[in-house]
Design a protein around this ligand. Structure first.
Ligand SMILES: Nc1ncnc2c1ncn2[C@@H]1O[C@H](COP(=O)(O)OP(=O)(O)OP(=O)(O)O)[C@@H](O)[C@H]1O
Length: 270
């Protein structure tokens, strides 16, 4: 397991000035984190510094003992898998199986069984039945799972998912929950960039909240719920469950606890 370490990292795009300033951050190997913040807060930029698509203007980003500045993006891709928001940025093979099989070289280098990796990735994403299809004949919601399968098959230590719930119905969301559960069991590091407050607060225990060119908050779901004004300061709509709990005057960090408290307080009285 590789930790991710940001040491006093600042970043500017050539034509838009400073985007991130003096970021110190440590994500332990195996943590599953939701990365949230208003539009333009710098979430994708932070994520691209992790997979070396970008390099810090100042400071250093480490993946385990690798200073990302000293490696190419292709090399870092062995350790950090990035599932882009738009799958069409990532897909370029004429069949689902070929697309997912793109991992071959990396998987072989790791001494893993290529066939087993591809089959497992197709299975967990629900893409098995589409293996011979051209990805571009599939709807966008399924193309997202093709892109996901091709990253899962590479079996990196760290996964970044950019807006994975976008355009997904209940079945798609359940597939995602299953994928995140599996990655948690495998002790993979997962960073999910999302505007889907309901989904991330239901399914993640740790949060990074970005605002003002930096990190406004890094802590547990419970701590986020207990930090007054956090969502307002971050320019975010709090999840429905938090708004409900505040209206009812109860303190709960997840739906189950809230339901139990509501039941105990109003329903379960003898
Ligand atoms: N390639 C680029 N060139 C110049 N400026 C950029 C580039 N990409 C992003 N920016 C700017 O950097 C800032 C941070 O963008 P970024 O995409 O990291 O934010 P974000 O939090 O991921 O936003 P969103 O939620 O809208 O996707 C924004 O002001 C954006 O306009």
């Amino acid at each position: 397991m590789k930790d991710i370490l940001f040491q006093n990292v600042s970043f500017s795009y050539p034509d838009s000035g400073s985007v991130l300033e003096h970021i110190d951050l440590k994500i332990n190997g195996g943590e599953q984190i939701a990365l949230i913040g208003h539009n333009g807060a710098g979430k994708s930029t932070l994520a691209k510094l992790i997979n070396r698509l970008l390099s810090p203007t100042d400071g250093n980003v480490w993946i385990g003992d690798m200073n990302t500045k000293e490696y190419t993006a292709a090399k870092i891709a062995h350790h950090v898998g990035y599932v882009f928001q738009n799958p069409d940025d990532q897909i370029f093979h004429p069949s689902v199986e070929k697309e997912v099989g793109f991992c071959r070289k990396i998987v072989r280098q790791k001494g893993q069984n290529v066939r087993a990796q591809i089959d497992a990735a197709l299975h967990i994403t629900g893409m098995e039945k589409y293996r011979t299809k051209n990805p571009f004949e599939l709807p966008l919601s399924l193309r997202r799972f093709v892109a996901m399968a091709s990253v899962l098959a590479m079996d990196p230590d760290i996964f970044i998912f950019d807006e994975p719930t976008a355009g997904q119905d209940l079945a798609g969301r359940n597939t995602l929950i299953n994928i995140f559960r599996d990655l948690k069991e495998k002790k993979k590091t997962v960073i999910v960039i999302s505007h889907d407050m309901e989904f991330v607060f239901e399914n993640f225990d740790k949060f990074i909240v970005m605002a003002n060119k930096g990190i406004l908050f890094f802590g547990t779901r419970k701590e986020a719920f207990q930090t007054p004004q956090l969502f307002k300061k971050a320019g975010l709509e709090p999840p429905g469950i938090l708004r409900l709990c505040r209206h009812l005057g109860i303190e709960a960090a997840d739906v189950e606890t809230a339901a139990r408290q509501i039941y105990d307080k109003w329903v379960g009285l003898p």
